[in-house]
Ligand binder design. Structure first.
Ligand code: CA
Length: 507
């Protein structure tokens, strides 16, 4: 493949110019958008090396999206995908997304911006989304990984280049052209994939967005996940922070704000330095009959204390981070299991250890049985495969890539401190001023995990627009507008995100 080591048409030009000026002319014509596009439905008949196309049809969803060619199929070994290629006014660019949780679903119409493609399609991108290389019942389902090393490797990172080249092949077939720019965007596990793309495949993408990335999947999934499940399960096997607990969240939020808001130097309703705040629950009264909303039961108090503190072993050595003050409003969404249904955070924690936690799977290696003294070292065996912690981004920088990483400071599922720790490691290794030219981290106060739930603070931002401007126009991304909208999409409050270690500013 001609673009196997090149990101853009311009790069291809430099590669072939010396050999053949005519060839250069052909490529340049296709880059400038002068080429024609194929008939969409005829793509279904095309034969590609490692792509099987199941269907190709013209589709339209709503007025905000262009009419597009919808292509469904499989990239070998087993990556289910859907690509959406604008029938008209293709912007010449390629957009690839990651997938959340343990993947397993193809979700082209995902409503939020987490691992979603329609917001890019609306801008004229040729976009592709995948199921991560396997099929699952829900995003917390990891049974596909049981004794399936190949699927684990595809999920871990190999799907990135396989999908990239498939996407480029489809674009070539449809538009007779190579994209001018390629972007990757993902949140959660998709954010981990985004970081893997910069670390392992540094020459593929011009720009990458890594949101709420589970960079340290082995510890976040194995240690923190087990800590939450064990802390949140009562003697009857039921969740302590259950649906009924949701009524107490605003009381807890007030408790956190009163103790933590000012510690960052600004009383602005935003806890911007949660690490500086050692939350206590002593101002909240004990429940007398267990049914009031303005109190905590002993069980709830104990669970919350453990979650804020984070996992420790029997010597009180800290093994991973705890939840941040300000993240209380998201707890029941992720962990508030009912008798009949587990919430996504619990499902993810249950799925990780028996199916992905060890190189050879062991069903007894489970969140409820995890031993915080003996078992943490066992997790290291999967770290190189699954974690995205390599701080060497030299090749990514040399190849001209730009990386926007962001994390909700109130994310109680994928803890933001691992992202800060990673950023600090990269700056220590590569120099802060140098890193600032191609990699910036933005912490979003009050925001939970990805775009799954509204925050009390501004939570709407267009990272893709910011990244495009940085990559294509060299516009510095150090001031990212962020807004809070009401139901009529009117602006309630706005502000701007600043690159870490600066703090967000609100109007
Ligand atoms: Ca503050």
């Amino acid at each position: 493949m001609i673009y196997s080591s090149a990101k853009s048409c311009r790069a291809i030009f430099f590669q072939v110019f010396e050999f053949n000026k005519l060839y250069f002319l052909c490529i340049c014509l296709s880059c400038s958008g002068l080429s024609f596009s194929s008939d969409c439905t005829s793509l279904a008949k095309l034969k590609f090396g490692n792509i099987s196309i199941a269907s190709a049809s013209v589709d339209a969803i709503d007025a905000e999206l262009p009419v597009f060619c919808k292509i469904k199929g499989v990239v070998q070994p087993n990556i289910g995908f859907e690509a959406r290629l604008p029938m008209k006014n293709w912007n010449g660019k390629f957009f690839q997304v990651g997938c959340g949780g343990f993947c397993g679903l193809i979700e082209p119409d995902r409503a939020t911006q987490s691992n979603a493609i329609n917001h890019a399609l609306a801008k004229g991108y040729a976009a592709i989304t995948t199921d991560g290389g396997h099929q699952g019942k829900h995003l917390g389902d990891a049974e596909w990984a049981r004794n399936n090393k190949e699927a684990e490797e595809v999920f871990a990172h190999k799907l990135i280049p396989l999908t990239y080249y498939a996407g480029h092949d489809l674009i070539q077939a449809f538009y007779k052209s190579t994209p001018t720019h390629s972007y990757f965007s993902g949140c959660s596990n998709g954010g981990r994939l985004a970081a893997k793309a910069a670390q392992v495949y540094p020459r593929l993408f011009d720009g990458i967005i890594a949101g709420c990335p589970v960079l340290n999947l082995t510890q976040n999934g194995g240690i923190f996940g087990s800590w939450v499940v064990q802390s949140n399960t009562n003697q009857y096997g039921q969740a302590i922070l259950n649906e009924a607990f949701a009524k107490k969240v605003s009381m807890l939020e007030m408790n956190s704000l009163s103790q933590c808001d000012g510690l960052d130097g600004k009383i602005d309703g935003a806890i911007q330095k949660p690490n500086a705040c050692h939350i206590n629950l002593t101002d909240i009264q004990a429940c007398k009959n267990g049914k009031q909303d303005d109190c905590l039961s002993d069980e709830e108090r104990s669970t919350l204390t453990k979650l804020y503190r984070g996992p420790v072993n029997s010597n009180n050595e800290q093994l991973f981070y705890g939840i941040n003050p300000g993240s209380e409003r998201y707890l029941t969404y992720w962990y508030g299991d009912s008798k009949n249904a587990k919430r996504p955070g619990t499902l993810l924690a249950d799925g990780y250890l028996p199916n992905l936690g060890l190189p050879i799977d062991d069903n007894s290696f489970s969140a409820m049985n995890f031993d915080f003294d003996k078992d943490p070292d066992l997790l290291k065996q999967q770290s190189e495969l699954l974690d995205a912690l390599d701080a060497n981004l030299v090749e990514f920088q040399i190849s001209g890539g730009k990386l926007l990483m962001w994390h909700g400071l109130a994310d109680p599922l994928v803890l933001p401190e691992q992202t800060i720790e990673y950023y600090e490691k990269v700056t220590q290794q590569m120099g802060r001023n140098n890193v600032d030219t191609f990699f910036k981290l933005f912490l979003v106060p009050g925001m939970g995990h990805c775009w799954e739930l509204p925050s009390a603070l501004p939570d709407q931002m267009s990272m893709l627009s910011v990244l495009e401007n940085w990559v294509e126009k060299n516009i510095d991304p150090s001031d990212i507008p962020i807004t809070k909208l009401d139901a009529q999409k009117g602006i309630v409050r706005n502000g701007s995100l600043k690159p870490y270690p600066q703090m967000a500013i609100y109007n």
